[in-house]
Design a protein around this ligand. Structure first.
Ligand SMILES: [Zn+2]
Length: 233
C-alpha cells in the first residue's frame, strides 16, 4: 500500500510539473509571438507583414498611383482584422505550392479616408458612401492580384480600380489566359473563405466581415512588425 502511495504521489508530481512546464512554455510563446497573440482575438487590427511577410504589397492609396491621384494613407501598409489576415495568409501559402503569390493593392481604409474619397468622387458606382461605409472600412476586405515567382503581375482583365465593364467577373470577352488567371485568383480566395465582389475582379470580402464594425483607426496607431517596436499603442 505504501509503495503504491509513493508511486501514485510521484506520478502526480511528475504530471503536475509537466503540466506546469507546458503552461509556462505556452505563456512564454504567446507573449513573444505577435502572430499567435493576434490569433487570440480575431477583431484586432494587424499589419499583414506580421502575419505573412511573403505577401507582396503595392498599396495604391499610400501613393499617388490611384484613380484620385492623391496620397490618402500616411503609410503604405496593409492593415486587416486578424481573422481576415489569417485567411489571406492561407491563400498565399496555397498559391506558393503553384509557384504563385499575392500582391495587395488595398486593405483596411479608415473611415476618414472614405469620406475624403467621397468628397473627390461622390458616385456610388466608384466609391462606397461613407454614411454606410465600405467593407474596407471594417478591415475585412482586400483588393489584390496574382504574381509569379519573380513578383511579376499575371495578366488580368484590367488594372486596379478600373471602373469599366471589363472589371466585372461576368465579362468574358478576354484572352483565354486572362480568364484563367482571374479564375485562379477567385478559386484560391474562395477556398480560404473569401467572398468575391461581382463588379471588381480584384475585390474580396473576408468571410466574417459582418462581425466587424466600420472604424476610423489611424495607421500610426497599429503596430508595425515587430510588434514590440516603438509604435504607439
Ligand atoms: Zn476593394
Amino acid at each position: 500500500m505504501n509503495v503504491l502511495n509513493v508511486w501514485a504521489s510521484t506520478l502526480m508530481q511528475t504530471s503536475f510539473f509537466r503540466l506546469l512546464f507546458v503552461l509556462a512554455l505556452s505563456i512564454v510563446v504567446l507573449m513573444q509571438s505577435p502572430i499567435r497573440a493576434a490569433e487570440l482575438n480575431p477583431t484586432v487590427f494587424v499589419d499583414i507583414r506580421s502575419i505573412n511577410p511573403r505577401i507582396a504589397l503595392d498599396i495604391r492609396y499610400g501613393t499617388r498611383n490611384n484613380f484620385v491621384k492623391e496620397t490618402l494613407y500616411p503609410q503604405a501598409r496593409c492593415i486587416l482584422r486578424a481573422s481576415t489576415a489569417r485567411q489571406l495568409s492561407q491563400v498565399q501559402t496555397d498559391l506558393e505550392t503553384r509557384g504563385l503569390g499575392l500582391k495587395v493593392y488595398d486593405c483596411y481604409r479608415p473611415l476618414s479616408v472614405q469620406k475624403r474619397l467621397w468628397q473627390i468622387k461622390p458616385d456610388e458606382r466608384y466609391v462606397a458612401n461613407p454614411t454606410y461605409g465600405s467593407r474596407h472600412n471594417r478591415g475585412a476586405a482586400v483588393d489584390l492580384t496574382l504574381v509569379d515567382r519573380t513578383g511579376k503581375e499575371l495578366p488580368m482583365p484590367t488594372g486596379f480600380d478600373d471602373f469599366t465593364e471589363r472589371s466585372s467577373r461576368s465579362y468574358t470577352n478576354l484572352p483565354a489566359q486572362v480568364l484563367k488567371n482571374r479564375q485562379l485568383l477567385e478559386d484560391a480566395m474562395v477556398r480560404a473563405g473569401f467572398i468575391p465582389l461581382s463588379t471588381e475582379w480584384w475585390h474580396f470580402d473576408g468571410k466574417d466581415w459582418q462581425n466587424f464594425s466600420v472604424r476610423d483607426v489611424a495607421f500610426g496607431a497599429i503596430a508595425s512588425p515587430p510588434l514590440n517596436n516603438s509604435a504607439p499603442k
